[in-house]
Design a binder for this molecule. Structure first.
Ligand code: CP
Length: 316
């Protein structure tokens, strides 16, 4: 694997899921020879708990060194070609990406959309600029429009709890007080379309996701109808793609409750975290026996290990 920015970078995503599940079974410390003498630099343009720690943990388990740089705080990068840099931007992406490549065998980048300029966000501008000017493989730690490591971990979690029948997997919008990116929802659909599942999407009017991601996904506008017979309910808030970055609804009627989960096929509850309790999901669901959120977070490590193992392996 030469880069990891979307499902398209993976030849056989299902095989990658299986490989991650195999890595999970291996004794701690038994894989440290794989990434020996390799370094990953993790650049964060916005805060992270899970992505930051699980990717570092994955690197440690593979014997890699991991260095973390908080690029967003006090380190303003210029991205425009031909910019006259006489304002607040200290360094151009051309130098920054090339310089980081001198210290890293792999660069991981976490970016955030503006939620103001849809065209620019959906060109995945920051990630693409790093790919253009870096001389080493780039791994997305969440970009403006995708979160592939999260989706890989989610797929692993679904495999671990897969029922005997083809599971019904429902992605449900849920309310949130802040405007959030569409990245997790986009990616979840992108990856789940490649899995052997019945995929259903439910959200209020105005929260349609970009056609590139929602194409061929069954859309059911009534949340309760969508939940009927669900084996997995994945809750996530996102701001509007149509009215870009806007919060159109904070309707508490879309919160995930025990009553709604009772409509499912003893369905499992999933969320990428962090989650707003009793806004996105009721305590009783999140704390209940069918909540998979901590397992999802745990699987972030094995998703990152599987990806880094392939990238490092392809350098040999
Ligand atoms: N799910 C996720 O990416 O969490 P962080 O924002 O804490 O990394």
């Amino acid at each position: 694997m030469k880069q990891f920015t979307s499902a398209r970078d993976v030849l056989n995503p299902e095989a990658l899921v299986k490989e991650a599940m195999e890595l999970k079974k291996r004794p701690r410390g038994s894989l440290r020879h794989i990434g020996q003498n390799h370094t990953i630099v993790l650049l964060f343009f916005n805060p992270s708990l899970r992505t930051r720690l699980s990717t570092q943990k994955a690197a440690i388990e593979l014997g890699m060194s991991a260095m973390v740089f908080n690029a967003g705080q006090g380190w303003q990068l210029e991205f425009e070609e031909g910019a006259v840099m006489n304002l607040d931007k200290a360094e151009h992406i051309k130098e920054a990406a090339a310089v980081v490549s001198q210290y890293a065998d792999v660069i991981g980048i976490r970016t955030f959309p503006s939620l103001e300029d849809r065209e620019r966000d959906y060109s995945d501008f920051v990630l693409k600029q790093f790919q253009q000017y870096a001389c080493v493989p780039v791994v997305s730690l969440e970009s403006a429009i995708r979160h592939p490591l999260q989706s890989l971990a989610d797929w692993i979690t679904i495999e671990e709890h897969r029922p005997a029948h083809r599971p019904r997997v429902v992605l449900s919008w849920a309310p949130h007080p802040r405007a959030l990116p569409q990245a997790v929802a986009n990616s979840f659909l992108e990856w789940m379309k490649l899995a052997d599942v019945e995929l259903v999407l439910t959200h209020p009017e105005g929260y349609e996701l970009a056609e590139e991601f929602s194409r061929d996904v069954t859309y059911i506008p009534e949340q309760e109808a969508a939940f009927e017979g669900a084996d997995f309910v994945y809750a996530k808030n996102w701001s509007s793609y149509r009215d870009y970055g806007q919060i159109l609804s904070q309707d508490a009627g879309w919160m995930i409750t025990p009553e709604k989960m009772a409509l499912t096929n003893n369905g499992k509850f999933m969320h990428c975290l962090p989650v707003r309790r009793n806004v996105v999901v009721a305590d009783a669901v999140l704390d209940g026996p069918n909540s998979l959120v901590i397992e999802q977070a745990n699987n972030r490590t094995y998703a990152a290990m599987a990806v880094l193992k392939r990238i490092v392996g392809d350098m040999e």
